[in-house]
Design a protein around this ligand. Structure first.
Ligand SMILES: C[S@@+](CC[C@H](N)C(=O)[O-])C[C@H]1O[C@@H](n2cnc3c(N)ncnc32)[C@H](O)[C@@H]1O
Length: 404
């Protein structure tokens, strides 16, 4: 919904006698983005706010207040207490481009495609140039009191946890390139607040519910069965949006359809069904053999999906909470450049990245089961149990023959 601050941005720009292209040039952003700020009431990212405010003859604080959901009377009262806004500064008098970021400390691991840095991501992110990252995947600690090792506090007061999240989210918003995607994985209870924060600067594309059962029911609560994966985009539209498609759900014993497609069988896309915003096929990583570091390792399948949705080969992916390195492994295997950050022990990631063969094979199997209507296994089962597949349009098999 367009917010009042959008109209304020537009009227202040006009009052300062500036066109959108002039503002875009002065702030070094695409013109489209300026138009999107004005149309939707999104704010320029925190790092750009002082320059934007100077151009528009207002203050960063006044812009933040106008972007808030305060009742109008309270807003007016607070604005009246502000220092009067200075007159707009002409673009040519604004300082030149922002200074180059401090260099990142030496990585603990590099490959041909990426680098892993050990340290606090809030500090490390300062070394990443603005608007340089195509896709961010962030899976922070959930403040559940887990032991992540020395120096990592996972048991903060609620307010402190949200303030800490804001400190790295603002940096992630800054480093995201126009059209870039930011994914943030957390409990719904936190993501409702984190989404509201990000929504001031980015466009919400999806709230994905990832169906993963927690281990135990909690007394007096509904059984929590999903995590939230926020998917935000910088600017009016994503630069890349290419979700893969999924096969029909079939019985694992006989290959029969779980849902009846009646007379529509021949209308279904041979490349499978549209991906929805409820993911029920992401396995928990439980098996010791696959577990690379303590708790909370995410499935390669999930990161593979995220990379398909929002990146192309050669794009730069950043994970500020690398953990066991799933994002980095998926990026390496899928030909994406990557930057990883991890405050704790990086040994397990270094080890994992040195022996990716098994995960390459795992990924090959995952990818053999996407972008088609039936997996090879379910087609075989269907055949053996007499389920008719002839009314579906199927992709040709590898040898060029149409599948039976
Ligand atoms: C939930 S885990 C991430 C798991 C990861 N997605 C994976 O699949 O392996 C969160 C990680 O963030 C790390 N961490 C916590 N605070 C951090 C900080 N300030 N900077 C960088 N890493 C941090 C923890 O050590 C932990 O490994």
């Amino acid at each position: 919904m367009p917010r009042a601050v959008g109209a304020f941005l537009e009227s202040s720009r006009r009052a300062a006698g500036l066109s959108r292209p002039v503002v875009a040039r002065a702030l070094d952003v695409p013109v489209d983005e300026v138009k999107w700020w004005e149309a939707t009431g999104r704010l320029p990212e925190p790092a750009l706010l002082p320059r934007a405010a100077a151009l528009l003859g207002t203050t960063p604080m006044a812009l933040q207040l106008r972007a808030s959901a305060l009742p109008p009377a309270l807003l007016e009262q607070l604005l009246a207490q502000q220092e009067p806004a200075p007159p707009a500064v002409p673009p040519e008098l604004l300082d030149g481009p922002s200074p180059a970021p401090p260099p990142l400390p030496s990585p603990v691991l590099t490959t041909g495609l990426g680098a892993l840095h050990q340290g606090d991501c809030v500090r490390l992110l300062a070394g990443v140039p603005s608007r340089s990252v195509d896709c961010v995947f962030a899976d922070p600690p959930f403040n559940l009191g887990k032991d992540y090792g020395d120096g990592i506090d996972d048991d903060r007061q609620e307010r402190d946890y949200l303030a800490w999240c804001a400190s790295w989210m603002d940096e992630l918003v800054r480093v995201l390139a126009p059209g870039g995607a930011l994914f943030l994985y957390n409990l719904p209870k936190w993501n409702i607040h984190l989404a509201a924060h990000l929504d001031r600067f980015l466009e919400l594309k999806h709230w994905v519910a990832v169906d993963i059962k927690f281990s135990l029911p909690i007394p007096s609560r509904l059984y929590p069965a999903h995590y939230s994966l926020l998917y935000f985009v910088k600017g009016p539209r994503p630069r890349v949006f290419a979700p893969h498609r999924l096969p029909l759900q079939t019985c694992r014993h006989c290959g029969g359809e779980v849902k009846d497609y009646g007379g529509y069988k021949d209308k279904l896309n041979p490349r499978g069904l549209n991906l929805t915003d409820v993911w029920t096929d992401i396995p928990p990583v439980r098996h010791r053999r696959h577990k690379n570091r303590g708790a909370n390792e995410l499935a390669l399948k999930m990161l593979d999906r995220v990379l398909d949705i929002a990146t192309q080969p050669g794009d730069l992916v950043l994970d500020p909470f690398a953990g066991s390195g799933t994002t980095l492994a998926a990026s390496e295997l899928r030909g994406r450049r990557w930057v990883g950050m991890e405050l704790g022990d990086c040994g397990p990631i270094v080890q994992r990245m040195a022996q990716l063969d098994a995960e390459a094979e795992q990924l090959r199997k995952i990818r053999a089961n996407i972008d088609l209507l039936f997996t090879p296994t379910s087609l075989d089962l269907r055949d053996r149990h007499g389920h008719d597949s002839s009314r579906y349009r199927l992709l040709p098999t590898d040898d060029g023959d149409p599948t039976p």
